[in-house]
Design a protein around this ligand. Sequence first.
Ligand code: DOR
Ligand code: ZN
Length: 345
Amino acid sequence: MTDHLVLTRPDDWHLHLRDGPVLSTVVPHSARQFARAIVMPNLVPPVTTTAAALAYRERILDAVPGGLSFDPLMTLYLTDNMAVEQIARASDSGHVLACKLYPAGATTNSDRGVTDIRNIHGVLEAMERHDMVLCVHGEVTDPRVDVFDREAVFIERVLQPLVRDFPALRVVFEHITTADAVHFVRDAPNTVAATITPQHLMYNRNALFQGGLRPHHYCLPVLKRERHRAALLEAATGGSGRYFLGTDSAPHARNAKEAECGCAGCYSGYHALELYVAAFEAAGALHALEGFASHFGADFYGLSRNTDTVELERASHVVPAAFPFDGDELVPLAAGDTLTWRLVT
Ligand code: DOR
Ligand code: ZN
């Protein structure tokens, strides 16, 4: 049995770091594992300009512990009235790699997102010209659509037409949760890829209700049936360059999660790599981890692969119950559970 793993240092292609004092909690966790991360722009107010993205990037860099190198790759939040000129400016900055499409109302801080994709056709054309990546939260917000079907319906209503209308636009279908999404990406042109989170590889929707309501397993898109988890695991471990690591680590204070109307988001930033290793090992696919975690995302984004490495060893340890979080607490995914692999610092 393998007891040591050495991997090309991975990158996180979908990460929420928030802003302000909590950066000092979450940035060191990610920087310990990952060389780079695509940083989500759903702050309050959202990051809609290159100037705001560059200033946010500096605040993140200020929270990187000495001795670690971490490159935050920034994104802009698309709104109905984003000016087309923003795209050239973002592309010229060298630090803004992508724009994020949040359907308005789909998830945390998405109120200012896009109400109708037709409102951003000009922006998408500019992104195509500047070869900028579009990151997509793929769920419809139509209240008539069952919450468990929102991703599948989004594929039909939005993604298929989008890929047809913008054939050169690179699209990352973020945090996919269904077999439908796996098949869509598999059959789409090679301009389309997807990220997969640790929680969607580890759990099915039973985890939301195990012995009671489990707010720390609630994220969006919500966990799905076992057959969907199995399809995601097969995609992640199958060696295709179209699926790669994106944690969607989304920190919220304990009070905001354990509430009458709790926030969506799982905090995996502390131990993401160890969680992915456990999921891949359980599937008998440790050999496929390095491509998924360290190669395919960089290749899709057109960046060089990292040249340094990280090391993991087989060693039991318990996931901490919580971290300090700006006067409150941050509960990590799988808090209190025992993990079998540990990142060697
Ligand atoms: O669970 C989620 N949390 N899904 C998202 O799309 C957003 C994220 C957040 O920002 O909290
Ligand atoms: Zn996210």
